[in-house]
Design a protein around this ligand. Structure first.
Ligand code: AMP
Ligand code: GLY
Length: 426
């Protein structure tokens, strides 16, 4: 089977690594990919939102499956673009329809969906320019902290947790009246603050049935002990120690089942991944957010623990027979540590040589590339998150030590990583 994978981050290198291990994968193309994905298949110079270019490529290269890594093409309707064009309609796209992707693309849509289906989530109100004054009154009278969320995609920056009403009203004004997050923030979801510990649960669905992949936890803050600004993710662990059987039963009964049934009942065409961003409050799970794709860097911890053949799994999605699939998981613990450019998540330079990559052996750990590119026969930095190193261990501590040891070997100018990924569970 010829497969086209869309995306260019650490998540996509992990996908490419796993897909290329399948005997069903004849030729793997990655658009646009990075220096790591080019070791698993052939990179193609196409943007993930260039639907016409992707169509032409699929026809010319007899692509038989498109796997979508990031949310943007899904939220922009790549699934529907294929479905509505007879020339490419038979090519399955792993990912939801535009309507399904609105679970991530519109916070207001996701909240209303959860409310309709009795799925536990923080209580909320929705405001825009039409009820702006009412919103200000609501913010002034609401207990703090309070959470403001831009409705649309805002590159992971659209959530603001406000510690006092002055900050809340100022941010609210900036979002609605000054378009702080562009059109994405013209509608604002104002949400009750939930206090607890977060985890990421991954569902793969064919629209009728579903399987759960290993759960994970990511570490969003730039500095140790979760200090400093938010990033795209500085590391991940899998499994998550507090996601025990009792807790996961609640997740399935209260969140996963009603989500899949809700999508079906509302005739929302959804096949592919659902990433549940959950928070455990007391002993109970609540949904913080839905994403219509896998997480990054969680994927770099999750896919190495998945024993199933990924192409077979995705075929079962296309053929709507996920009920016949059993997920097999490596019982070992995985810890992923992300190495980022100096200055990230603020401004940073690119183009620094990455040294030591050829010294790392796969039995020590896997070095997934995120923001990298080839420059002649060298590999150089090309983004904020540069590498995601995953190792296994009998304990999370052992796995973390191994990933850290690799990052003592690999280096580039300005490199920073968190040495405490998984620390609460050591
Ligand atoms: P989101 O983009 O919706 O995942 O939000 C980004 C981060 O903000 C989440 O991972 C949480 O850490 C935090 N967050 C979002 N909503 C809430 C909430 N209602 N209560 C507490 N923290 C939240
Ligand atoms: N790690 C969080 C995300 O992928 O959105």
């Amino acid at each position: 089977m010829n497969i086209l994978l869309l995306g260019s981050g650490g998540r996509e290198h992990a996908f490419a690594w796993k897909l290329s291990q399948s005997s069903h994968c004849t030729q793997l193309y990655i658009a646009p990919g990075n220096a790591g994905t080019s070791q698993c298949g052939e990179n193609v110079d196409l943007k993930v939102t260039d639907f016409e270019g992707i169509k032409r490529f699929c026809i010319e290269h007899q692509i038989e499956m498109v796997v979508v890594g990031p949310e943007e093409p899904l939220v922009k309707g790549i699934y529907d673009y294929f479905k509505n064009d007879p020339a490419i309609e038979p090519i399955p796209v792993i990912g939801p329809s535009k309507e399904g992707a609105a679970l991530e693309g519109s916070k207001a849509f996701a909240k209303a969906f959860m409310q309709r289906h009795g799925i536990p989530t923080a209580s909320y109100r929705e405001f825009d320019v039409s009820n702006f004054e009412e919103g200000l009154d609501y913010l002034r009278s609401h207990p703090i902290p309070i959470v403001l969320k831009a409705d649309g995609l805002a590159a992971g920056k659209g959530v603001i947790i406000c510690q006092n009403p002055v900050e809340a009203t100022a941010e609210f004004e900036l979002m609605i009246q000054e378009s702080k997050f562009g059109d994405a923030g013209k509608k604002v979801v104002v949400e009750e603050f939930l206090s607890g510990i977060e985890l990421s649960v991954f569902v793969l669905t064919d629209g009728e049935h579903y399987v759960l992949l290993p759960e994970a936890k990511d570490y969003k803050r730039i500095f140790e002990e979760d200090q400093g600004p938010n990033t795209g993710g500085m590391g991940a662990i899998s499994p998550v120690p507090f996601a025990d059987d009792d807790f996961m039963k609640k997740v399935i009964k209260r969140i996963v089942d009603p989500t899949i049934k809700g999508l079906e009942k509302e005739h929302i065409d959804y096949s592919g991944f659902i990433f549940l961003g959950l928070i455990k409050v007391g002993d109970d799970p609540y949904v913080i957010e839905y994403n219509c794709r896998m997480g990054d860097p969680e994927t770099e911890s999750v896919l190495p623990r998945l024993k199933n053949d990924l192409v077979e799994l995705l075929r079962a999605v296309v053929e709507k027979r996920l009920d016949s699939v059993k997920i097999e998981t490596d019982p070992r613990k995985a810890v992923t540590i992300v190495a980022v450019s100096g200055g990230y998540p603020g401004s940073y330079e690119k183009g620094f040589l990455i040294d030591g990559l050829d010294v790392v052996q796969e039995e020590d750990g896997i070095v997934f590339h995120a923001g990298t590119r080839s420059d002649g026969d060298q590999i150089v930095t090309n983004g904020g998150r540069v590498l995601a190193v995953t190792s296994f261990g009998g304990s999370l501590k052992e796995a973390a030590d191994k990933s850290r040891a690799i990052l003592e070997i690999v280096e580039f100018e300005g490199m920073h990583f968190r040495s405490d990924i998984g620390y609460e569970f050591f």
